[in-house]
Design a protein around this ligand. Sequence first.
Ligand code: F6R
Length: 243
Amino acid sequence: MKIVRAKDYKDMSRKAANIISAQIIMKANCVLGLATGSTPIGAYEQLVEWYNKGDLDFSEVTTINLDEYKGISRDNDQSYYYFMNEKLFDRVNINKKNTYLPDGMEPDSEIACRKYNDIIHSIGGVDLQLLGLGHNGHIGFNEPGIAFEKETHCVNLSSRTIKANMRFFADEKDVPRQAYTMGIKTIMSAHKILVVVSGEDKAEILKNAFFGPITPSVPASVLQLHNDVTVVADEAALKELDA
Ligand code: F6R
């Protein structure tokens, strides 16, 4: 595992965007595994800026996202579909037909997960998987548990995650309780993994995840077993490691 130190959020975003753009330049038709949440927003903004300058071409890129809320329609501004279009897909020359997210409006979890697994298998492997890190160590929506779930599955979000998501919804009752997420086996199958971490509130979990025991109670800890993981973290998030 490589830890890349960034000064602050802006620096972290730029460094992460550099790694993503290097992947696109090295392999124009690469498959990017993408994440939502607040941490990658700056990296997406940077990619858009470089695209506008003519430095990046997304025309052959395929993307596959980690997760989507269950029961939220694609035109809801809290859906991850909406997020990805707003932050990246609508702003670059990607072919939308090559961008995938789980279908949050499929009420039958078994069908939704099977369909997403089929897509994952058909696109033939992720070159670079971008991940954020949840406060409880979740990656995608693989919440702490007693086992690592392998492929796409429906999860009941933990009370901590629901609370963290509350800031985006007008009313607590509107916060989704379930989500479809890629499994740990799929995430671990990516050739390269890039984790972005920012802020002091992530310092403790960053230390536990990457230097603590490997356990499903801290899902991100499994990344210690992957042989090409780069963590780009800012100084605030690295505080516990420096202590
Ligand atoms: C998002 C996702 C989540 C987030 C995590 C961190 O697609 O799968 O695992 O990466 O919750 O979220 P932020 O970046 O908002 O702290």
